[in-house]
Design a protein around this ligand. Structure first.
Ligand code: TTP
Ligand code: MG
Length: 394
């Protein structure tokens, strides 16, 4: 697989930073968000000022009060944090639709191949940090690396407000001195099991032959070995809500003519394919959305075995869904969606493109014109119409 560029973005002291932002009197002070003193419950998070007193997430609030009696204790305002989270994710999505949120305040991004559009991965990381600071008055730490494991490790390395890059060739050296528990998924129990085997640092894992690890820990042994050497090929997977890309329209007047519906699908397919190619993405699932005059709404999907790259194929799949649905009632809204997005370099799927190659070549040529002269220079209908079979009635 070609070298990838993965970012891990993690907001600093997220809930506490929002409280300090929204109430300037709290800035520079030890703020603890979570259960209130005297009640049962735990710390959700705390400001870095509170961390110097040893307060941590998930600590019982009684223990936090022992360490920090003069702290400022606040109940969480979840709706506010969720709204800020959406703003953060929207900033990330400016750079790629391949955003995989892990929680309200962190996400992976795959920015492989976006150089021409937005700059190098490090430049993108800097821009993201700047936009979060300027637009949201918050700070984020960002890790830049060739895979998810290293990117997440990097974002955590010099928190808060840091940008850390781990290059493939320096990964083993960066990892070696770190405790084994820094590996994703090693909890206290695995940590003890590793310690019993004499493994304390990631460097110990690097030196331990894989057969030993597999004998002791089963398939986990293999994973540990891979990660210890900084190897991780998990893809960035946007969750369903984020990972589809589509277009829809509500008609000024309800439509019954299938030819008109197909025409809409054609326009959407060409636009979606153009956007996907700009981000070097392919999709595996095509979705058709229809809303009838009485507002009943349906979504039909088809997932292919290979991957879809061309507007032509998106269109054909969309039309197949439309004909299968065979709408007999007036349609108020139609939409077309591409989902299960993947980076075009990912995995063996490159070998499977087959017959779509020609369509993609033609459309790429048109992309260049569109990028240079704007979206509407080329009449979209002309792209696919010659091979477009006549409408089947109904
Ligand atoms: P984290 O990213 O783990 O923590 P953080 O953003 O507060 O601090 P930093 O990243 O700088 O170390 O978690 C994000 C938010 O999730 C955090 O602000 C509050 C919430 N959270 C909990 O409610 N309980 C927890 O145990 C943890 C770890 C986080
Ligand atoms: Mg955080």
């Amino acid at each position: 697989m070609a070298a990838r560029a993965i970012l891990h973005v993690d907001m600093d002291a997220f809930y506490a930073a929002i409280e300090q932002r929204d109430n300037p009197e709290l800035r520079g002070k030890p703020v603890v968000v979570g259960a209130l003193p005297g009640r049962r419950g735990v710390v959700s998070t705390c400001s870095y000022e509170a961390r110097t007193f040893g307060v941590r997430s998930a600590m019982p609030i009684s223990q936090a009060v022992e360490r920090l009696p003069h702290g400022i204790y606040l109940p969480p305002r979840m709706e506010v944090y969720a709204a800020v989270s959406r703003q953060v994710m929207a900033i990330l999505e400016r750079y790629t639709p391949l955003v995989e949120p892990l929680s309200l305040d962190e996400a992976f991004l795959d920015v492989t191949g976006t150089e021409r559009l937005f700059g190098t991965p490090v430049e993108i990381a800097e821009r993201i940090r700047r936009e979060i600071r300027d637009e949201l008055a918050l700070t984020a730490s960002v890790g830049v690396a060739p895979n998810k494991f290293l990117a997440k490790l990097a974002s955590d390395l010099r928190k808060p407000d840091a940008l850390v890059v781990i290059r493939a060739e320096e990964a083993e050296a960066v990892l070696a001195p770190l405790p084994a528990r820094k590996i994703f998924g090693i909890g206290p129990e695995s940590e003890r099991a590793l310690a019993r085997a004499g493994i304390h640092t990631i460097g110990d894992l690097q030196r331990c032959p894989e057969e030993h690890l597999v004998r002791r820990f089963g398939s986990l042994g293999h994973t540990l070995k891979e990660l210890a050497h900084g190897r991780d090929d998990r893809p960035v997977e946007p969750d369903r809500a984020w990972k589809s890309h589509g277009a829809e329209t509500t008609f000024p007047r309800d439509v019954t003519d299938v030819a008109a519906l197909r025409n809409c699908l054609l326009r959407f397919a060409v636009d979606i394919a153009f956007d996907l190619r700009r981000h070097r993405l392919v999709c595996r699932t095509v979705g058709l959305k229809l809303r009838y005059h009485d507002f009943t709404t349906l979504m039909r999907e088809h997932t292919v075995d290979d991957v879809i790259r061309s507007g032509q194929r998106l269109y054909e799949e969309g039309v197949a869904l439309l004909l299968k649905e065979n709408p007999t009632r007036p349609v108020r809204l139609i939409g077309l969606y591409a989902s299960h997005l993947r980076h075009e370099d990912e995995g063996v799927q490159k070998l499977l493109f087959g017959g779509e190659d020609k369509a993609v070549r033609v459309e790429r040529a048109i992309d260049i014109v569109r990028e240079r002269f704007g979206k509407d220079t080329i009449k979209r209908g002309s792209l696919l119409a010659p091979e477009d079979p006549p409408d089947t009635p109904g």
